[in-house]
Structure formats: C-alpha cells, structure tokens
Design a protein around this ligand. Structure first.
Ligand code: SF4
Length: 248
C-alpha cells in the first residue's frame, strides 16, 4: 500500500510502523527510547507525528503505530513541533545538563527560561530502554522503582544484583549515556558490582565478563562462545572472505 509522509509517497507493508517507513525513506523523526533491536517501547513520545486517516486528524507515536490503511502523515507540523518542545522542556527540567537533551532543545527552540530544574548530575530520562534490554536478555537485574520525583532505575534495594552479568547492554542502549561503566586494570564496574574482564585470545584486549560468557554458554551452547572480542571476530570473518575471493 502507499502512504504519504510529508507529501512524499512511500511504499508501506501492513503493520509496519510509521517510524520504520519514514526511516526507510530517509524522513527524519527524532527518537530517544527507540532502538531497532528493542522496538515497541513508545515511552519518550518524541517520535509523535500527526496523521490524517479518512479525514480524521490525530497525533500518534510513530514507533508503535502500525500502518493498516492509506494515510497521510505530517512529521513536523506546528502542532507536532509544539508537542516535542513541551516534552523537551520537561526532560530538560529533569536532566538540565544532559548534552543529548540540550541539543534537541536547541533544535526545537525550547526557550532558555526554566521553571524547575532537577539534579545537575542526573542524565536518566526514565525511558525504560535499559530495563527492556536487560529483560530481553533474560537477566532482569534492573527495574524502575518509586514514583514521582523519586522514580529511578536501579537494582533491587540499590544493592549489587546477583542477576547482573555485567554485559553492559543497558548502558549501550541508553540514549543519554546515563548508566556508567568503568573499566580499569581488567575490572569492569557497573551498577556497583565489579566484574573481572576476560581477554580476547587474539588481540589480548579485555572484552567481556566471565559471567557474560557463562551466560552465553548456557543460552547458545559451547560451540557458539568464543574468547574473541568483536573487532577480532570481524577481522577473522574478513580474512576468511578474502581467502575465499582469492581462490575464486
Ligand atoms: S549489565 Fe547487568 S543490568 Fe545491565 S543489561 Fe547486563 S545484566 Fe542487565
């Protein structure tokens, strides 16, 4: 089917999200809580767009809106810009010194004056992407706790979690780099827990925790777990491909 996004005709499959279709057609829609590997969260609402469906206008979150019929979409109408501006104003109040939010505020002309301001060291926008990443992984070591201004993401009772394998996926997906991973002398520290890092057998670089590899071994089986960092895995594949091409 065809849909129109910002006056551009786009091909769409039934149930594809508006965000997927827009991105495939190089139409920019801002997001914070969206990650292609963990779709469907829809919590930050920055990806809102205006749609016209059979003459009816409404505002939807493009990352979770499945396309079922031919609609018109406006990704940056005045109404949408205004909603994003208000959302960003609230986010800036929560994380006043966060560079990602500051950059978006500049883009959406959020006024400088601010009625309230949170902790200057806070960077978490409470989107929940880290919690989802950890759940999908199967560890469920972190969750959101409390309500209102005391709401936060943490481990149970703020203690080092027995479930945490130190993989860093939560930090990797965080849109504002709010989760700190420290690595020093072969030790990784995340969520107040220390992990010994294992070294890549090819380049010697510390790359993964023992717990992470044991977890992968259990999930994927011994044959799929190699003591190799991502760069060395890629280099080995590239070398093998080169060999194949040279023989052809
Ligand atoms: S580092 Fe710990 S909390 Fe973060 S995703 Fe991995 S297991 Fe979950």
């Amino acid at each position: 089917m065809k849909i129109i996004i910002d006056n551009i005709e786009c091909e769409a499959q039934k149930d594809e999200t508006l965000l997927q279709i827009a991105r495939r057609n190089d139409i920019h829609i801002p997001t914070l809580c969206h990650n292609d590997a963990l779709p469907g969260l829809g919590s930050c609402r920055l990806c809102v767009v205006e749609i016209v469906d059979k003459g009816r206008r409404s505002v939807v979150a493009s990352c979770i809106y499945p396309v079922r019929n031919e609609i018109e979409v406006y990704t940056c109408s005045d109404k949408i810009k205004n909603i994003r501006r208000n959302l960003l104003m609230l986010l800036r109040g929560r994380v006043p010194n966060d560079e990602t939010i500051k950059k978006l505020c500049k883009e959406y002309l959020v006024p400088d004056r601010i009625k309230f301001s949170g902790d200057k060291d806070e960077h978490c926008i409470l989107c929940g992407l880290c919690v989802k990443a950890c759940q999908e992984l199967g560890a469920s070591a972190i969750s959101t706790v409390n309500r209102g201004i005391t709401k936060k993401v943490t481990t149970p009772y703020d203690e080092p979690s027995a479930q945490c394998i130190g993989c860093g996926s939560c930090a990797y997906v965080c849109p504002t780099d709010a989760i700190k991973i420290e690595e020093k002398d072969g030790i990784r520290n995340i969520w107040n827990k220390e992990f010994q890092l294992l070294r890549c057998t090819r380049c010697g670089k510390p790359f993964a925790t023992k717990e992470q590899l044991e977890y992968n071994r259990e999930k994927l089986g011994e044959a799929h777990v190699k003591l190799l960092c991502e760069s060395c895995k890629k280099a080995i594949i590239a070398e093998k491909l080169k060999d194949i091409y040279e023989k052809v």
